[in-house]
Ligand binder design. Structure first.
Ligand SMILES: [Zn+2]
Length: 79
C-alpha cells in the first residue's frame, strides 16, 4: 500500500514550484475578492490597497464589514 498521509505537503510543494491555483470563493466588492488555492487550501484576499494578503480570521472579519457596507451602499431601495 502506498497510501501517503503526506499528500497535503506534496501539494504545497507543487504550489511552491508552479504557484498557487486560486479560485474565487467570495466577492466582497467590485475590487476585493477572496480566493482559495485548489491544491493546498490556502486562502488569500485582496485588500483595499489592491495587494494580496493571507486571509486570517481578522482579515475575514474586516471583509465581512466591508461587504456589508458595500451592499448597503449599493442598495438603492431601503429594505
Ligand atoms: Zn496552494
Amino acid at each position: 500500500m502506498n497510501h501517503s498521509p503526506k499528500s497535503f505537503s506534496i501539494m504545497s510543494v507543487v504550489c511552491q514550484t508552479i504557484g498557487h491555483k486560486y479560485t474565487e470563493t467570495r466577492k466582497i466588492t467590485n475590487h476585493i475578492h477572496e480566493y482559495k488555492c485548489k491544491h493546498c487550501g490556502r486562502e488569500v484576499t485582496e485588500n483595499s490597497a489592491g495587494n494580496i494578503e493571507l486571509l486570517t480570521n481578522k482579515v475575514k472579519q474586516i471583509n465581512n464589514n466591508v461587504a456589508e457596507f458595500f451592499e448597503r451602499k449599493n442598495r438603492k431601495i431601503p429594505a
